[in-house]
Design a protein around this ligand. Structure first.
Ligand code: GLA
Ligand code: ZN
Length: 702
């Protein structure tokens, strides 16, 4: 019989390794002239608790000092040392920063800006993703790396490039766009019809006439081309990423791959660009410790961070993700690179783990002595190291991650989801700007809804509802605010789910256009209109200082009472099959339905015809949870403002409740008869929990 107690066995994380991973970007390519520094790094990794090294992210010039001549010596050395210490490597393909010998010799690999000017050598992420030469050079390098290290026992993940982003407007990219369009539409007639190009005489009579939309040319007058250009841009990156991975595979490595998503890359459709990869990863650089208490402001960076991390989950349902980067201290590029206050770093890490991450890695291990990031926070700063406050903060994260090993591999389990997708985001925020330029409220509406769940201990996913990866059957309630564009087949998928008992909450600016941004005849998709049981006639817009009223009908099905403000965008609709819960109180459309419900099969479709202040969301969601059997983890009102509760559930049903206190002062939360223990301290928990300032408790219910 084995002498290992089952409790000592660590569950496997998303990479099939035991426990949660703790690591950092490691850039020894900058320190080859100082072998003593590398010695010191490997001496200090165990002291800091660093188990994973992301290597070679910007190592191309060191790896391939001249075309076709590879110098693997420095990487061999790091692989050996890493293996000796029992650590793991995330090996990066170095495509994010091209060496000068390449960009100087072959400037055509460089990106062309929106204004038509080609970049000069310099910086990073400055290449054209279509360039055949760049793809060829990247493939050769990746192949060589994979052939040498692809089966190394220390290699745990391919970190493919770094933070893809941006758009290239070169002629090669425009030619690739035309090919993409030809594959999509088949004929110019179909394209002209889809783009409604008879408008302003924009009809295309030859494929060559199609250029990338930009301020100097086709600005935003033809919405279809703007939408397709964005889709193409993401697909073009997807192809670039797929080619990077194909070269890794042809080099003989079957180790999983990931690309690190990041805030600056959110203009790309994450569903499209992550498709060729195995694992989702995200770089988090939140700034919670701003001068205001964030939950008191409309823009709440804490909730936003949670929302984005739910999105990481949605990209690969049923799988944890990796926090690939965060800073243990400040980020030099922020307007005010404020130091993370004591406790914030550990809390940031725990927030990601709470939302499904199986790792926490940093940018970076050691700050360089030169270059743009020399004053960016690092585990070892130029003036820091062991004994420093930041180093101790990293050790406190090590301690937490070690204790949380049982959480590895566990998932979320929400009964509610909020819909978010890039087509809708692009259309409403950048292209159509319906609702007044700059006032699209997408995805603010999503964030406002998410915040109610975050504050009330109701687990909530963020999903792309029309993605084939999204199984609506898992959810009781789906919130689809401003779901303006409907993808082909989506209404059927949604109707089947509602008929089987699903509860849909949607409203203003939903169901208006098809996949090409053509308005449905009659103003709404016919299937959507049947679902909501309403006919749309007009959309009104109000100035910020104006409002209308939702007047709740007495005895309405949700038990809502009183009045709430209707603001910004207000649809004027007519009842068909739906039942009224509230009407507008003012103006020429007073008495028209403002909030309705339509019974469809076993399910219900709620429609909120206007944007509201948070008060209606609070009341409406609480009523929906109550009526449709969604139970918050704790009774409503249990959590103080600024404290959240997020849950992960292991395959064997074991639950982990993450109480996170984002406030500067201690907070208490009642457990309401539940008992268990805190995984972070081992202390038993019952009655009231006290959360330290910026503190956390990972409650394991009995
Ligand atoms: C990004 C990059 C890193 C580094 C950090 C600094 O996340 O991936 O290389 O530049 O930003 O915050
Ligand atoms: Zn290009």
């Amino acid at each position: 019989m084995s002498s290992i107690s089952p409790l000592a066995v660590k569950p496997l994380n998303v990479l099939g390794l035991p426990g949660l991973l703790h690591g950092c970007d490691y850039n020894p390519d900058q320190w080859q002239h100082s072998p003593e520094i590398i010695e010191e790094d490997f001496r200090l990794f165990p002291e800091a608790g660093i188990g994973v090294l992301s290597l070679n992210i910007f190592g191309w010039a060191r790896l391939e000092p001249e075309d076709g001549r590879y110098d693997f010596g420095w990487l061999d050395d790091i692989f050996e040392r890493t293996e000796r210490g029992g650590r793991k490597i995330f090996l990066s393909t170095p495509s994010a920063a091209a060496p000068n010998w390449l960009t100087h010799r072959d400037p055509e690999v460089l990106r062309v800006r929106e204004d038509g000017v080609r970049l000069l050598p310099g910086g990073r992420m400055n290449f054209c993703p279509t360039s055949a030469l760049y793809r060829e050079k990247v493939a050769a390098t990746n192949h060589a790396l994979a052939a040498r290290y692809g089966r190394h026992p220390s290699l745990a993940l391919w970190h493919v490039s770094n933070e893809y982003h941006g758009t290239c407007y070169c002629e090669d990219c425009e030619a690739a766009f035309r090919l993409w369009l030809q594959r999509k539409y088949g004929s110019l007639d179909a394209l002209n019809a889809a783009w409604w190009s008879a408008f302003w005489s924009r009809t295309y009579t030859a494929w060559e006439q199609i250029r990338a939309p930009r301020a100097r040319g086709e600005g935003t007058s033809v919405h279809g081309i703007c939408l397709d250009w964005r889709r193409f841009t993401s697909d073009n990156w997807r192809d670039f990423i797929a080619a990077e991975i194909a070269a890794i595979r042809s080099g003989g490595s079957s180790v999983p791959t990931a690309i690190n998503l990041h805030p600056g890359g959110l203009h790309l459709d994450a569903w499209r660009i992550t498709a060729p990869t195995d694992v989702i990863s995200w770089d988090a650089y939140p700034a919670y410790h701003d001068k205001k208490e964030p939950w008191a402001t409309a823009w709440n960076p804490v909730v936003y961070q949670s929302f984005i991390q739910e999105l990481c989950r949605a990209l690969r349902p049923g799988q944890p993700w990796l926090l690939m980067e965060t800073t243990p201290s400040s980020a030099n590029w922020m307007d005010v690179p404020k130091l993370k206050r004591p406790g914030i770093h550990r809390l940031t890490v725990l927030q990601s783990i709470a939302h499904g991450a199986d790792s926490a890695l940093y940018f970076q291990w050691r700050a360089g002595r030169g270059g743009e990031e020399k004053f960016h926070g690092a585990v070892i700063e130029n003036s820091g190291g062991p004994g420093s406050r930041v180093f101790a903060d990293v050790q406190s994260a090590t301690d937490a991650l070690t204790r949380l090993a049982p959480v590895a591999g566990s998932l979320g389990s929400a009964e509610i989801a909020i819909g978010f997708d890039w087509d809708n985001w692009w259309m409403q925020s950048e292209i159509v700007a319906q609702g007044g330029r700059g006032r699209s409220h997408y995805p603010w509406e999503q964030l406002d809804l998410y915040r109610e769940h975050w504050e009330n201990a109701v687990p909530c996913d963020v999903v792309d509802p029309s993605s084939p990866l999204t199984d609506l059957g898992r959810y009781r309630i789906l919130c689809l605010p401003q779901h303006y564009l409907l993808r082909p087949g989506f209404v059927d998928k949604l109707t089947a789910w509602v008929e089987a008992g699903g509860v849909l909450l949607t409203g203003v600016l939903s169901g208006w256009v098809d996949d090409n941004d053509l308005v449905f005849p009659g103003g709404m998709d016919a299937g959507w209109r049947r679902l909501v049981g309403l006919r749309r006639e007009e959309l009104d817009h109000l100035y910020p200082e104006e409002s209308n009223r939702f007047v709740c009908q007495s005895g309405n099905a949700l038990g809502l009472t009183g009045e709430f403000k209707a603001i910004a965008k207000l649809e004027i609709n007519h009842l068909e099959a739906a039942e009224v819960l509230a009407t507008y109180g003012d103006d020429f459309y007073a008495g028209h339905p403002a909030l309705t419900v339509n019974k469809v099969g076993l399910g219900f479709v709620y429609y909120q015809a206007a944007r509201s202040e948070q008060g209606l969301r609070t009341a409406l969601l609480a009523a929906l949870w109550r009526r449709h059997g969604v139970r918050p983890l704790l009774p409503l009102g249990s959590l103080p403002l600024g404290v959240t509760l997020q849950r992960r559930v292991a395959a064997d049903g074991q639950e982990f409740w993450f109480f996170l206190n984002f406030r500067r002062d201690a907070q208490t939360v009642g457990l309401h008869d539940r008992t268990g223990h805190d995984l972070l301290t081992g202390n038993p928990c019952s009655g009231e929990l006290t959360l330290a300032p910026y503190g956390a408790i990972v409650f394991v219910p009995r």
